[in-house]
Design a protein around this ligand. Structure first.
Ligand code: ADP
Ligand code: S3P
Length: 308
């Protein structure tokens, strides 16, 4: 079973921090774990060859890493392949503990296109941070007497839905320690940004083809803005999503932190974002939030680049 763990590089760094109490190159530690003393050697090239989920212990993602070293003493170059496992829940928990003091109870608002994973990733973030999770669509549905979003669009109007959405976001902005999965269109009203900016806003930036694949898999019943196109489910979703994305991309870019699935995938040497697990995306969200809150753009995950 092939799957990816976007946390590969963080994992290596974190394993290293745990043992040595400093922030060294994780790959050195990786090799120390395999019983070899590489401290006097410098990595000149490293590459993740393969990721896979352990079918017996699915919380663990296995990896195979190829490394090439230069020995500083005699200038010889050696290479080897190492294997290991990363425990995503453990990494998530550790990263959440690191980010929590910077958040100091501020709410997290996830923004992004329909199907970008705001609900899925939001629930994970809420759990690891000890926050409560809210889906703004669900709150609108409750406010309109339990009417579904699709039904609200049909029986009332999109404007009516948007008004209720703004009210819900205002109510939420008065609270603390929440992760909020906003509706994909919440970003189009400037007033909503005023409410959301009381917390930290995070944009889940997912390629349109991946969004269309996810939505085609679950159907468009709950997403009325996708009801009008004709054709098969994937093509229908892709067409409409690309128009919406053109209209909204600039608005999403107002977010404090951006989580680009293409960036995570390329960092790990993957061609396809569909292999990234929700937990791995949540880890990247925590990293990007930490960067924003610390006011820098340091990226521990670039260890490979720095050492190559
Ligand atoms: N990383 C992921 N990989 C594969 N499928 C995902 C991922 N994240 C979310 N999904 C799936 O995509 C669909 C939409 O996700 P959801 O979290 O509801 O998005 P949103 O709240 O942004 O509309 C769901 O069926 C969910 O299971
Ligand atoms: O993109 C949009 O305008 C919408 C996205 C939906 O939420 P999700 O992003 O949770 O699907 C929901 O708010 C409504 O159907 C409108």
């Amino acid at each position: 079973m092939e799957a990816t763990c976007a946390s590969s590089l963080q994992c290596c760094t974190w394993m290293a921090s745990e043992k040595s109490g400093r922030k060294p190159n994780g790959f050195l530690e990786l090799h120390q774990r395999f019983g070899e003393d590489r401290r006097r050697q410098r990595i000149v090239n490293s590459r993740v060859l393969k990721w896979s989920v352990d079918p017996i212990r699915p919380r663990l993602a296995g990896f195979e890493l190829s490394c090439c070293y230069r020995n500083s003493e005699d200038s010889t170059v050696e290479s080897e392949i190492a294997q290991g496992f990363v425990d995503e829940p453990k990494i998530l928990k550790k990263k959440a503990q690191e980010v929590a003091p910077y958040l100091s109870g501020r709410c997290i608002y996830l923004v992004g296109m329909m199907g970008s994973g705001k609900t899925t990733v939001g629930k994970i973030l809420a759990e690891v941070l000890g926050y409560s999770f809210f889906d703004s669509d669900k709150l609108v549905e409750q406010a309109v007497g339990g009417t579904s979003v699709a039904q609200i669009f049909k029986e009332y109007s999109e404007t009516f839905f948007r008004d209720n959405e703004s009210e819900v976001l205002w109510d939420l902005s008065l609270m603390r320690r929440l992760v909020v999965a906003t509706g994909g269109g919440a970003v189009i009203r400037p007033i909503n940004w005023k409410y959301m900016k009381k917390g930290i806003t995070v944009w889940l930036d997912v390629p349109l083809e991946a969004l269309a694949r996810r939505i085609a898999a679950v159907g468009t019943d709950s997403r009325p803005l996708l009801h009008h196109e004709s054709g098969d489910a994937y093509t229908k979703a892709l067409l409409r999503l690309s128009t919406l994305s053109d209209e909204r991309r600039e608005a999403y870019a107002n977010a404090d932190a951006r989580v680009s699935l293409e960036y995570i995938a390329s960092k790990l040497g993957h061609g396809d974002v569909s292999a990234l697990s929700p937990a791995a995306i949540a880890i990247e969200a925590l990293i990007q939030m930490e960067n924003f809150l610390k006011g820098g753009d340091d990226d521990d995950d670039m260890a490979i680049a720095r050492n190559s």
